[in-house]
Write a protein that binds this ligand. Structure first.
Ligand SMILES: Cc1cc2nc3c(=O)[nH]c(=O)nc-3n(C[C@H](O)[C@H](O)[C@H](O)COP(=O)(O)OP(=O)(O)OC[C@H]3O[C@@H](n4cnc5c(N)ncnc54)[C@H](O)[C@@H]3O)c2cc1C
Length: 489
């Protein structure tokens, strides 16, 4: 059977979603490793899977002692109900993830509930005052002058500013094509121009942000892209209607199952320190002194980790700048087990959106047999407050959160047992939760930063174009695998 290069790659791309391995026998296996993939997160594993499906010889090297990267399910022995420390919600349009779960038989279910504002289970605690949601619009601490903005929910205000979205609905590549550079400005500058006061910007756009550290360092264009993705994929006649999904026993089971389905075993504890590329191939060196060679490399490290790896020849120009400057959202989590039902004692909603160290203080209900039972509490802290907690020891950070909680709600005293602290910023293999672009950065380097350098190709959620998060990681792994196949065939 003969098959030309273009036809082969088309089939490979199709099999990513449809799932079969028609090319496995087409390309002869060689003894030499064709491709080293660095990183056993979703992007690396999907790159390896695509390459193996096409018959190539792959070796995946992972720096940490576990598979999954930023998919990390807390072990049940540490936090009851095993909440997600990393990626949680799997959108119903995440075709690659959902297909991988199906192919490797990982059972999926509706995403497990976090306490919802609509159930009257959330209150605000800002500027030193506890405020019920229905009091907010009239409250003296509400910093907005405009009536509609006063009525908006503080906890979701950040999404409301993207409503005059200039990106064409359905065109999920438009954000990087340069035409919308005028919108590559900070959220702060945009909101200020809309007449929103600095105090209101700080509270509603710079606290508990989904992306970024402050309203000054996040590009509006990034927010427009995320909201364009949501309105394109989740509204209209062809939209998928079901809510977010999750793997039944935790999302980490998905990358673990993909890894188990690979022909080659993932090699753990290989903290890569250097990647050398020359005309013959690539050589990768780990901190334990081991070296690995292959024809090509797919590097999936977040740039916050890649900036500590020596690449030879050195990256140049815009790409070097991107690796140094791309930013990652700081996320700090502290998990607690409630030892008393303090929310019944003070008769206040169990969850709080705060502007202090507890961040979003969420009552988690992760017991399928008893869906209304609060199984654990999570202080989910983002942005500058997460950076502050990162400077403390884990014990001091936990104490700071408990002390703030006690001032906000005296009933919490002695009612929360700390069980786990996790900082994505301090994790050397992550350096933050997920990439975000500062003002001007999308226009300057978002396209160039994913270009191959010598024999090194780049993947990872930060290099995705159409999707974000987990599906973005899968998209990027597939794209990088196809790039390398084009050079191998
Ligand atoms: C708190 C949080 C919440 C999230 N929520 C969602 C959500 O609700 N929905 C969603 O879609 N996405 C969410 N995400 C994002 C999603 O989890 C990520 O986009 C995705 O898992 C990233 O996959 P990746 O392969 O690009 O990177 P990673 O998973 O980070 O993989 C990179 C791998 O490289 C390894 N590595 C790093 N440095 C080295 C080195 N020097 N040598 C060798 N190996 C190295 C790492 O250990 C890691 O395993 C969330 C993430 C976080 C942290």
């Amino acid at each position: 059977m003969t098959i030309n290069r273009r036809e082969a790659l088309k089939v490979v791309a199709a099999t990513t979603v449809l799932g079969s391995t028609p090319l496995g026998s087409v390309f002869a296996q060689t003894k030499q490793t064709d491709v080293i993939v660095i990183g056993a997160g979703l992007s690396g594993l999907n790159a390896a899977l695509n390459l193996e499906d096409a018959g190539f010889n792959v070796r995946v090297l992972e720096g940490s002692s576990r598979i999954g990267g930023r998919l990390y399910t807390a072990p049940e022995s540490e936090v009851p109900g095993h909440p997600e420390l990393g990626g949680s919600g799997i959108g119903s349009s995440y075709a690659r993830i959902l297909y991988a779960a199906k192919r490797f038989k990982v059972p999926m279910e509706a995403s497990r509930p976090r306490t919802e504002p609509r159930h009257g289970e959330l209150m605000y605690h800002v500027r030193g005052s506890g405020i019920q949601l229905d009091e907010w619009s009239q409250h003296t601490l509400n910093p907005f002058s405009d009536e509609n903005r006063r009525k908006a929910k503080l906890s979701s205000f950040q999404y409301s500013i993207y409503k005059n979205n200039p990106l064409p609905k359905g065109d999920l590549q438009a954000w990087q094509n340069g035409q919308f550079a005028d919108h590559d400005i900070s959220v702060y500058d945009y909101a200020k121009a809309q007449g929103i006061s600095p105090q209101a910007i700080q509270l509603a756009l710079g606290t508990n942000m989904s992306y970024g550290s402050s309203a000054h360092d996040l590009s509006m264009l990034m927010g427009y892209q995320s909201s364009n993705m949501i309105r394109t994929l989740y509204s209209g006649p062809n939209a998928s209607s079901s809510g977010p999904m999750a793997a039944k026993d935790g999302n980490q089971r998905i990358p673990e199952a993909i890894a188990a389905g690979l022909k080659s075993e993932v090699i753990l504890d290989q903290h890569i320190r250097a990647i050398h590329s020359n005309s013959d191939g690539i050589k990768v060196t780990a901190s334990n002194g081991k070296t690995y060679q292959a024809k090509f490399c797919i590097c999936t490290l977040p740039f916050s980790a890649l900036r500590h790896v020596k690449i030879e020849p050195y990256l140049e120009g815009i790409q070097a700048k991107a690796v140094q400057q791309l930013q990652y959202t700081p996320v700090f989590q502290a998990h607690f087990i409630p030892t008393r039902e303090f929310w019944l004692e003070d008769k206040l909603p169990p969850s709080m959106w705060t502007d202090r160290t507890p961040g979003r203080f969420m009552a988690l209900k992760n017991d399928p047999a008893s869906p209304d039972r609060i199984t654990s509490y999570l202080a989910f802290v983002n942005g500058t407050m997460a950076k502050y907690l990162d400077r403390l020891t884990p014990e001091h950070a936990t104490q700071a959160i408990l002390s703030d909680l006690q001032k906000m709600r005296p009933a919490t005293e002695g009612a929360l047992k700390p069980v786990k602290v996790w900082s994505w910023n301090r994790n050397p293999f992550a350096g933050g939760a997920y990439a975000y672009w500062g003002p001007g950065q999308i226009t300057t380097f978002s396209r160039e930063m994913r270009e191959p350098w010598q024999r090194i190709h780049f993947a990872g959620e930060h290099t995705a174009v159409v999707n974000r998060g987990m599906e973005g990681a899968m998209e990027s792994g597939e794209r990088a695998a196809i790039e390398v196949m084009e050079r191998l065939i």
